[in-house]
Design a protein around this ligand. Sequence first.
Ligand code: G3P
Length: 214
Amino acid sequence: MKFFLDSANIDEIKEIADLGLLDGVTTNPSLIAKEKAQKNFEKTIKEICKIVKGPVSAEVISTDYDGMIKEALKLSKIDKNVVIKLPMTPNGIKATNYLYKKKIKVNVTLIFSVSQAIIAAKAGAAYVSPFVGRLDDISSSGLDLISDLSEVFMNYGFHTEILVASIRNPIHLTESAKLGADVATLPYSVIMQLFNHPLTDSGITKFLNDWNKK
Ligand code: G3P
């Protein structure tokens, strides 16, 4: 399972890269805005690409087809690892198919149903991003969607990777792993939570206490 960091914060990206856990990065307009980097968007993506030797998703903000293509072509020139993130709309899907034919990788985002994921896969998306946390927020099950997508993508041998997004806790990650999801994009806080177990802490304390006994 690949770990992407869901962040545009350079310090967080460097820290997770230093741990040797970073396979890629995903950003979105909200994450870019959180870093106040809207005006330096391309520069920020370039900086992220210098740290990560893997896919870096950069999302377009246009909603019309021509605007999406214009932004996508510009972003794709930043680095060979840039993946264009497009929303799950008819224009987004049309743009996905255009970019697929140009061999530019696309991550179709804001996926909330199996039908949306099938459409994105058929258009040639390299990744689909189902948002598990936001489905849970509306009393639906995000993990049921991951289970359904794993089954359907397996049935047809789609090459599109399932990139689990909107992960809010370690259970979202471990259950997605059990279901065979290809990628998890994780906020920094959830990655750090993955390390924790009270028995690890008490075990270290006991080892050190025993060592220091006279
Ligand atoms: O990758 C998408 C993610 O950033 C959305 O997460 O927590 O805003 O639903 P969240």
